[in-house]
Structures are given as C-alpha cells and as structure tokens.
Write a protein that binds this ligand. Structure first.
Ligand SMILES: NC(=O)c1ccc[n+]([C@@H]2O[C@H](COP(=O)([O-])OP(=O)(O)OC[C@H]3O[C@@H](n4cnc5c(N)ncnc54)[C@H](O)[C@@H]3O)[C@@H](O)[C@H]2O)c1
Length: 288
C-alpha cells in the first residue's frame, strides 16, 4: 500500500521515470539485491549495465529487462581483475552514449572465520572485493563523474551492519564494510562541492539472499584460482540464533531483496538529492 503511494507520487513528479536518461553500472547484479535493483532502475528509465562474475546470470537479468521494454546490457567479469574494471567503464560509457551517471558497488560475498583462524587469503580477498574493487571502479569512472553538465551523478556503496556494529566471525567482512563508509564520505567531500556528486553507503542487516540462506543449500563462489568458497550460514548456527535473531530488527523480520533494492533506488533517485556522504542503516538498531 505504502509502496504504491510512493510510486504514484514519484510517477507524478517524474512521468518518464525517476532515473530517466541516466546510465547506471550495478556490480554483482546477476542475482540477489543487485538484480532487483537493476530491474527497478530500468523500470525508472535508467540504462542499466548488469555486471556480474556469473555471465549467464548477468545475461539473464539484462534479457529480462529488455524483454520488459527496458534498456540494459550485460558486461560480465571479475571485479577482482583491474584490467576488466577499465574495460567495464569503457564499454559502459559506449553503451551510455558517452555518459555514466550512477555506480552501485554491490558485488560481494562473505567468507567468515573466527579471528584466530582467519587466513591471509580470506582477509585479502574480502578487502580486495569490497574496498579495492569499488575504489578502482570509481577511479576509472572519474572522467564521467568530474563533469559539470547539470545532470545528476551518484555513487552508492553497499555496506553492512557488520561494518557499523561489528559481527563475530566476520573480521574481514566487518573491516571491509566499515571501509565502504569511508569510501563514500571521501568521494562526497572530494566530488560533492565542485561537481555535485552524491556518494552514500547503505548498510544492510539481514536480507534474504543466498548469502544468508542455509549453507547446506550449497551456494558457492569460484575464486580466480578455481577454488570454491561456500556461501550461507550453517543451519545449526541459524537454529541456535532463531529465538534471538530478529530482536535487534525493529520490524522483527529479515528484509527481502526487493525491499533492499528499493532503498538503493530511493538513494539514487532525485528524492534523495540533498543526501550526501551518509550511511543509511537498513534496518538493525544495534548488534550485541
Ligand atoms: N544479504 C544480506 O543479508 C546482506 C547484508 C549486508 C550486506 N550485503 C551486501 O549486499 C551485496 C549483495 O549481496 P546479496 O546478498 O545480494 O548476495 P548475492 O550472492 O545474491 O549477490 C552478489 C552477487 O555478487 C557477485 N559477485 C561476487 N563476487 C564477484 C566478483 N568478484 N566480481 C563480480 N561479481 C561478483 C555474485 O556472483 C552475485 O551475483 C553484497 O555486497 C553483500 O555483502 C548483503
């Protein structure tokens, strides 16, 4: 009901869509939160670059958008590969007629372990994917953001409540997701005053995707060296926390990928035109 009302108001103000004519790169948009954001952005008139390491999934999302009458292209690849990131920016600008307005740094996964057992590889990979890759993408896209053409420019970095409140077992992820907050704030201060660029972080809590599904479901990420990292939370751990898991969530339930993506759209939209350098919590109050 509330969703419909917002859509009606926004539709009245922006009849061609809130992101009409804007070109958006969304990393990790082959599934989960990113895929939902890609579809919502396209429905609001954006030309969407669907980026993911999983080419089949990226292509499927781009096809779904095009079949629904939207504009999208898939440029799949590994965000841990810096040459590919330069290629991604070049091809995105070609697709966008020489412009890029929005970058959503969303690609990511968790590779948990307690502090005394965390390997260098776990640590390095998670910081590289959640901090270094977004920095490289923003740096490569700088010529498209440091412009004065009167059009909006937006960078949205996906953080986590682990990065704001901490979370046992996530020393790598919590540190990296805290780094995301700094990334957004620095961009806001460097590119906001002169170019009007907005850069914000969104720190999600518990959103229902494969990252938070039971580990036993078997989802995994394949590393560049061919090794596999299992995703999800072990069932036993989920069951042990079942009675207390939602206590710090004011709505007492996890969010859906669509609800999470709606926040990304909201932050990218003109409705947030005066919000810059912030970390938006969605939606946990405090982590014990
Ligand atoms: N699900 C949650 O509860 C939650 C909570 C807080 C933050 N987040 C963050 O939200 C973002 C999206 O996660 P999700 O829950 O939708 O997970 P997801 O696994 O459904 O989607 C993440 C996507 O990122 C892609 N990806 C992973 N490594 C990549 C790489 N090297 N290069 C390119 N693409 C890569 C994956 O293929 C996948 O399609 C992540 O940054 C995650 O850390 C999620």
């Amino acid at each position: 009901m509330a969703d419909k009302r917002v859509a009606q108001i926004a539709g009245h103000l922006y009849p061609k869509g809130m992101l009409s004519g804007q070109v958006a790169i969304i990393t990790g948009s082959g599934q989960g939160i990113g895929a939902e954001a890609a579809k919502m952005f396209a429905a609001e008139g954006a030309k969407v670059v669907v980026q993911d390491i999983d080419a089949a999934k990226a292509n499927a999302v781009a096809k779904e958008i095009k079949d629904a009458g939207g504009q999208a292209t898939a440029i799949p690849g590994d965000m841990l590969n810096s040459e590919y990131i330069n290629e991604l920016v070049k091809k995105s600008a070609e697709f966008g007629g020489g412009k890029i307005h929005i970058v959503v740094n969303n690609a990511g996964f968790t590779w948990d372990g307690v502090i005394h057992k965390m390997t260098d590889k776990q640590w390095d990979t998670i910081l590289a994917l959640h901090n270094t890759a977004p920095f490289r993408l923003v740096r490569a896209a700088a010529p498209y953001f440091r412009v004065k053409d009167g059009e909006p420019r937006n960078i949205i970095n996906i953080s986590s409540t682990s990065g704001v409140n901490g979370n046992a077992g996530q020393i790598n992820y919590g540190t990296a997701k805290a780094g995301v907050t700094g990334l957004s704030k620095v961009i806001a201060k460097e590119w906001g005053p002169q170019f009007g660029v907005r850069a914000n972080s969104i720190a999600f809590g518990h959103i229902l995707t494969r990252l938070t599904a039971a580990k036993e479901e078997g989802a995994f990420v394949t590393m560049p060296d061919g090794s596999k990292v299992a995703l999800g939370i072990p069932k036993a751990q989920q069951e042990a926390r079942a009675s207390t898991a939602n206590l710090d969530i004011p709505l007492r339930r996890p969010g859906t990928a669509k609800e999470a993506a709606s926040v990304i759209l909201a932050v990218a939209s003109p409705l947030f035109s005066y919000v810059n350098g912030q970390t938006i919590m969605v939606s946990i109050l405090s982590e014990p």
